[in-house]
Design a protein around this ligand. Structure first.
Ligand code: NAD
Length: 292
């Protein structure tokens, strides 16, 4: 099946990046969000990031203009229902995602492929709540989308080969690399990454190291480009906690229990860069300041 248009639900950190790369690859994009502010901010950010690519001579001005012209934003969910492929990238909460699919399904064409950018929630379970589990799969981009090369493709138990092939061809056209993961909690990348981030929060919680020493240790001692706490702020602490909860519930192993300090940050609304404060405070003009 040939994909020409892509509907993206959720215009947050991930949705804006997905819109950017899809439009640049020549797809018509309908980007939707319940928040008009999120839509305006997303379009601003896509414009800024495309401008940066022009100034670095990665694309030319005509490509930027053409990409922007291909993105339509709308607060009305069903405006994206006529697209060939839907990528849901709303908040990491199962009830939110289920409600989106329930609202969309009656308006979809029979051949439309439904996907979720979820970091951890069962694709099989999400798909089983729709009318098309065979045309449902996980389409998991990494953050920041325009920079990161990987897309994890996750088949649910019922996903058919045609759906997988159509999604794989989109990944190819985006110029990204696909890795296939089975549908178990948090798939591959987050199954490995999140317990490490959670452990870094435990190391902080138990006073083994400060925020600075933990991040410096992993950058210089393990050659990670970013420390685990800076990375957690980048991902969003609410998303990190949601993934740990999915691992804990789904695998029923205490090694996945979320650190109470991570829970406390989320309860405070200190969610990382997107709220200007997490393990670091980003509100000043200078370098981010550790919050503990
Ligand atoms: N942040 C990451 O590093 C990362 C990486 C890969 C995948 N993901 C996944 O991508 C998804 C989105 O994450 P994010 O970091 O962009 O979150 P975010 O909080 O930045 O954005 C979520 C957006 O969804 C919108 N939204 C909420 N309910 C909605 C609804 N009913 N209809 C339409 N829009 C709705 C919100 O208004 C918000 O703009 C999650 O499933 C997350 O697990 C995140």
């Amino acid at each position: 099946m040939e994909i020409g248009s892509i509907g993206i639900v959720g215009a947050g950190q991930m949705g804006n990046g997905i819109a950017h790369v899809c439009a640049l690859a020549g797809y018509d994009v309908v980007l939707t969000d319940v928040s008009e502010d999120a839509l305006a901010a997303a379009l601003n950010l896509v414009t800024k990031n495309l401008d940066r690519q022009v100034s670095r001579e990665k694309i030319d001005a005509a490509e930027r203009d053409a990409a922007l012209a291909r993105i339509r934003t709308t607060p009305t969910l069903i405006d994206c229902a006529k697209c060939d492929l839907i990528i849901e990238a709303a908040t990491e909460r199962e009830t939110v995602k289920q409600a989106i699919f329930e609202d969309l399904v009656p308006h979809l064409a029979p051949q439309t492929i439904l996907t979720s950018n979820t970091s951890s929630i069962s694709i099989t379970r999400l798909g089983s709540r729709t009318d098309r589990p065979q045309k449902f799969m996980g389409f998991h981009f990494m953050n920041p989308v325009p920079v990161m090369q990987l897309v994890e493709l996750i088949r649910g138990i019922a996903t058919d080969q045609e759906t997988f092939d159509a999604c794989k061809s989109v990944v190819d056209r985006l110029g990204k690399q696909a890795a296939t993961a089975e549908d178990f909690p948090a798939f591959i990348v987050n199954r490995i990454l999140m317990p490490m981030i959670n452990e870094a929060v435990y190391v902080l919680y138990e006073g083994v190291g400060t925020i600075k020493s933990i991040d410096t240790s992993m950058r210089l001692g393990a050659n990670h480009p970013m420390g685990p706490l800076a990375l957690a702020d980048f991902i969003g602490l609410d998303t990190c906690l949601a993934i740990m909860n999915v691992l804990h519930d789904g695998l029923a192993d205490t090694k996945y229990r979320p650190c109470p300090l991570l829970v406390k940050y989320v309860e405070a609304g200190w969610l990382g860069r997107k709220t200007q404060r997490g393990f670091y405070d980003y509100r000043g003009d200078g370098d981010p300041v550790p919050t503990r």
